[in-house]
Write a protein that binds this ligand. Structure first.
Ligand code: ADP
Ligand code: ASP
Ligand code: MG
Length: 460
């Protein structure tokens, strides 16, 4: 197969947080270019917004919705200042002036739009996406200019001209066919000229050119989409940890790096809360069988985690994951007893309100599900109440044990239950993939539950 580019390198928010971090990115990309044979293909670089910028922009949108013209404008002004400071540190002369002009114009337009939204006290989902997209637009411009300043031939690409999605704002779904056509028309020729295309992750547009975004953490997904379209040899996710760890390091002290994961394990971990990978990242990689590697931009020589189609040979569990602050909904109906169509009716409600269900368990007369997204909870409960009794329990969490070979050893489940000991378990399930055990418990018990499971499975 002819590969249009060598690798996609995606750098997350902390990897481009400031001028120093961006300088590390330049070194990493330069050594990737040097590792290519003469005349070899350039890498494609995808960047997130600078650390915390997306949070700031979401706050600005909130202030606009509340009608606070002054505070929302001040916040946009602060964000511009931060970007300009980094731009001036990394570039000089005309290049710096041009870059600062671009950033100033971009943020002035944004400031004007946000002020208008604040006066109208209205931020539509489309406007929300327009606001948050500013982070990736600005960071990618700075990175491209900084590459040039350091002698790396780079071309900035407006990712919205490449990545096409539907109009489901804030959680837009990519149109792979249109995106691949654009990637081959716009990005591939840049690579062929041995220049480095630099694109913002997370941002996209509809076929009518309206800005959309892929959901929080979506830059990983963008990188994998571009990688699949360009049929690269590897998709690299550069972040602030050494790879996929055996548990969330914010919950369990000293988890270890997992050197190798299968695609199935990685997607399951991402789906059940391992934030280091956006849950959809693996899908495009699987479609073209492209390995994904998670690497630490602060420790670039560390081996990281390699994710491939092959199952691990060591037979160990892969890792634990936790998805915090979910809501359990219990739906009970005595009429459900031996009734056809009850589940269809029930899930139609979730479909109607576009809310994903993560864990499902059933008993004779009741069904329990967990949901992460609470935005439509009230409407869902009222729709379900038309044919069943409904109870909601907030502040719950899903703890998962993941490994391809889980089912080979019937003792694993017993060990997990033993480790969890007297921690009350609300739901327990094993999905058809047979790769995951999930336990739903109170969110407050997560640190204890995760630490005990980690001790039982990874601390021998
Ligand atoms: P980036 O900005 O590079 O996309 P993220 O903050 O999205 O980085 O993801 C990296 C973070 O994911 C880590 O700093 C860590 O706190 C968190 N994380 C949660 N679970 C895991 C896990 N199993 N392995 C590694 N990191 C994890
Ligand atoms: N900047 C976006 C976010 O914070 C996307 C990303 O970082 O992947 O969610
Ligand atoms: Mg991320």
């Amino acid at each position: 197969m002819s590969r249009a580019a060598s690798v996609v390198m995606k750098f997350g928010g902390t990897s481009v947080a400031d001028a120093q971090a961006m300088t590390r990115v330049i070194d990493i990309v330069r050594s990737e270019c040097k590792s290519q044979p003469a005349g070899g293909r350039s890498p494609v670089v995808v960047v997130s917004a600078l650390s915390k910028v997306t949070d700031g922009l979401i706050r600005a949108a909130g202030l606009a919705r509340a009608g606070d013209v002054e505070k929302s404008s001040a916040l946009i002004g602060e964000l511009l200042e931060r970007h300009v400071g980094i731009a001036r540190t990394l570039t000089t002369g005309d290049r710096a002036d041009q870059l600062v002009n671009k950033l100033t114009t971009q943020f002035a337009e944004l400031g004007g739009a946000v002020a208008a939204m604040a006066s109208a006290k209205q931020v539509t989902p489309a406007n929300h996406d327009l606001i948050v997209a500013a982070g990736e637009l600005a960071s990618s411009r700075i990175v491209a200019a900084a590459f040039e300043e350091q002698g790396l031939a780079a071309t900035w690409v407006d990712a919205r001209e490449v990545l096409v999605t539907d109009a489901e704002h804030m959680v837009a779904v990519p149109d792979m066919e249109a995106t691949c056509r654009n990637a081959n028309r716009i990005v591939a020729p840049i690579v062929a000229r041995q220049q480095i295309p630099v694109l913002g992750g997370f941002i996209a547009s509809t076929s009518d050119g309206v800005t959309t975004t892929l959901g929080r953490g979506g830059s990983d997904y963008s990188a994998a989409i571009f990688g699949a379209c360009l049929e690269v040899v590897e998709i690299q996710i550069w972040t602030d940890v050494d790879g996929m760890l055996t548990a969330d390091p914010r919950v369990v002290p000293a988890p270890q790096v997992v050197p190798h994961l299968s695609f199935g394990e990685a997607s399951e971990l991402a789906y059940f809360g391992a934030k280091v990978l956006h849950p959809a990242t693996i899908l495009p990689a699987v479609s073209k069988n492209i390995p994904v590697r998670i690497l630490n931009s602060r420790q670039p020589s560390n081996p990281g985690t390699l994710i491939t189609a092959e199952a691990r040979r060591d037979g160990h569990l892969a890792a634990l994951a936790c998805k915090r602050d979910v809501t359990v909904i219990d739906i009970t109906s005595t009429r459900m007893f031996m009734a056809f169509g009850f589940l269809r009716r029930l899930f139609e409600v979730f479909e109607r309100f576009k809310t994903a269900v993560d864990v499902v368990t059933t008993s004779e007369v009741s069904v329990s599900v967990t949901v992460d997204d609470r935005r439509k909870l009230e409407q869902i409960v009222s729709a379900l109440s038309e044919f069943a009794e409904v109870d909601c329990e907030p502040e719950m969490a899903i703890v998962s044990v993941v490994g391809d070979r889980l089912h080979d050893d019937p003792g694993v489940f017993a060990r997990a239950i033993n480790a969890l000991d007297k921690i009350p378990l609300r739901l327990v399930s094993q999905a058809a993939s047979r790769r995951t055990f999930t336990f739903v418990l109170r969110d407050a018990e997560v640190p204890e539950a995760m630490t005990r499971l980690h001790n039982a499975f990874f601390q021998q």
